[in-house]
Design a protein around this ligand. Structure first.
Ligand code: G4P
Length: 527
């Protein structure tokens, strides 16, 4: 019996889980990703993802990074199957690759896995990435890594999640010892222990227990750790939050798992629980209302454009998140902004190993579209309609520089370059009201390097960047803007759509401006 298109889409949506791993560099994101891919059979050897990362970070030279783009893009999205699920992991670059793209990528995920180093707790990059996820109200699952090392007390870590990130947590398992004393974890949901034993801690065994007092735990962990475990678990039962899937779905409560990625300890349990609890592809907001993923009409939006993937061709790839319907290779869809139909003939899907041509794809999947320069970040594609998604906010830049041209005769190319690179989302551009200076804003230093390089390589223009001391941008909504009120450690500028924006040097200046302008609204994303 043939399945209707609707039923086929429903089945495929049901199977899918699309998420990003958010972490501060060195927390173990590469290691965890690799273990997940190994479970899914998407890679055969440990070390494949790591080797790629090493080659990417061996140099900070932009030209070299550029050469590696073909490699980094294949790991931008990794797809694999596990236990009847199809999983898409979106990579969020850290280190020097951190940029506005990192934030935009998070808008394409339906939930996030927050990876935390047990010894370091919540670190700066985790906070930034968490906030973007939290604004979208998506579920966040926490994996506390490196349990084989001495780290912070688990209760202190829970307190830190609440104090620093403002999210309550519910431990799904609980460590029995830590560092050299690590004996395993107690699974609170299933009442079983995962024992981490053997001389070199290489054996992992799962045992069902009757309760905390089971002799298996005491034999393994000894009296001291067992008594500690019992006391901790009793405290959690009495004073801790109850598991509540509704709260998890709204991003108000994060399930916490403890483990050690490098030892593959706790990873499989995490994956299996995560797949049960994580949302399938969620409905998306469009200008005309909510689009359900199971709608038969194909829709999607571009959240990232990767330029110069292949230096020989200088082509670009537009990353599209599928929001509804079924994608078929060669199909015609409406490019809504351009107002015309286009044929999607060379789509690519990203597996851990290779770029593959994709024949069909479903909501939650990410496909790479060959882009001869027709796409912009935020563009919507839709089948038989004009669906426009409003998923992509403009994020507040954190690093600013005044840009000037070195050779005034190249003014025309300079302007063209700035316009196009702004459209692509490489940089944000602001203009000062008084002197008509051009200020660039970015989230990561690499964006400046990319800008300088591309201005030279693609537009033949040498530019000079002069770093400024501003750290925050806020879009101002006010009926009567009075420039004299934004003078102290701040600058009133306009963005490319002529919205008023104030750049601030520090939080103090920002607070003062807010106090002085009580009727104005200060937004941290463009209106
Ligand atoms: P990242 O992508 O988040 O930056 O982190 P990555 O996976 O590269 O891990 C950073 C370091 O932490 C690596 O060590 C990795 O082996 C180690 N690591 C990851 N998970 C665990 C864990 O569960 N326990 C312990 N003890 N270490 C862990 P490295 O010395 O930088 O590299 P390597 O030489 O070990 O490969």
């Amino acid at each position: 019996m043939s399945v209707s298109l609707k039923d086929e889409i429903i089945q495929e949506v049901e199977k899918r889980r699309t998420f990003a791993i958010i972490a501060h560099p060195d927390a173990g994101k590469t290691t965890l990703t690799e273990k997940l891919l190994l479970f899914g059979g998407a890679i055969r050897e440990a070390g494949s993802v790591k080797a790629r990362k090493a080659s990417r970070h061996a140099t900070s030279d932009w030209m070299e990074i550029e050469k590696q783009r073909g490699i980094s893009v294949t790991s931008s999205v990794m797809q694999f199957d596990y236990n009847g699920h199809r999983i898409n992991i979106l990579d969020t670059p850290g280190h020097q690759d951190f940029s506005e793209d990192t934030y935009r990528t998070l808008t394409a995920a339906d939930c996030a896995v927050m990876l935390i180093d047990v010894a370091k707790g919540v670190e700066p990059q985790t906070i930034k990435l968490f906030q973007v996820c939290s604004q979208r109200g998506i579920p966040i699952f926490t994996f506390i890594n490196k349990l084989d090392r001495e780290g912070k007390n688990p209760f202190d870590l829970m307190e830190e999640l609440e104090r620093v990130l403002g999210i309550r947590s519910v431990p799904m398992n609980w460590p029995i010892g830590m560092g050299r004393d690590l004996c395993g974890v107690y699974d609170r949901m299933k009442n079983q222990v995962e024992l981490f034993n053997g001389k070199d801690h290489s054996t992992i065994e799962v045992r069902k227990v009757d309760d905390y007092n089971d002799s298996i735990i005491r034999e393994m962990a000894g009296d001291f750790l067992t008594d500690q475990l019992i006391a901790d678990l009793e405290l959690l039962d009495v004073a801790g939050d109850q598991f509540d899937l509704e709260k998890v779905s709204r991003g108000e409560l994060t399930p916490v798992f403890f483990g050690s990625a490098v030892n593959n300890f706790g990873v499989q349990t995490f994956l299996e629980n995560f797949l049960q609890l994580a949302p399938k592809p969620t409905p998306r907001k469009s200008e005309d209302g909510i689009i359900e993923p199971t709608s038969e009409k194909f829709t999607g939006y571009v959240f990232k454009i990767q330029a110069n993937m292949n230096p020989a061709h200088r082509d670009r790839i537009a990353f599209l998140r599928i929001c509804s319907g079924r994608f078929d290779r060669g199909m015609s869809v409406k490019h809504v902004r351009a107002g015309k139909d286009i044929k999607l003939s060379q789509p690519q899907q990203f597996l851990a190993q290779d770029r593959d041509i994709v024949e069909s794809a479903y909501p939650g999947d990410i496909i790479g579209l060959f882009d001869p320069g027709i796409f912009r970040i935020g563009d919507s594609l839709s089948q038989g309609g004009n669906v426009v998604f409003n998923e992509l906010p403009t994020f507040s830049p954190e690093i600013f520089a005044k840009v000037t041209i070195k050779n005034a005769l190249k003014q025309k190319q300079y302007q063209k370059g700035i316009d196009q690179l702004t459209e692509e989302g490489t940089i944000q551009v602001f203009r000062t009201i008084s002197f008509d200076d051009t200020i660039l804003g970015v989230v990561g230093q690499l964006q400046f390097e990319v800008f300088e390089y591309r201005m030279r390589a693609e537009y033949g223009v040498e530019v000079q960047l002069q770093r400024m001391t501003y750290q925050f941008a806020r879009w101002i909504i006010d009926d009567n803007i009075d420039p004299s009120k934004f003078r102290i450690n701040s600058a009133l500028v306009k963005d490319k759509k002529d919205n008023y924006v104030v750049l601030f040097e520090n939080e103090y200046a920002m607070r003062t401006a807010m106090e002085k302008n009580p009727t104005a609204k200060f937004l941290d994303t463009a209106p």
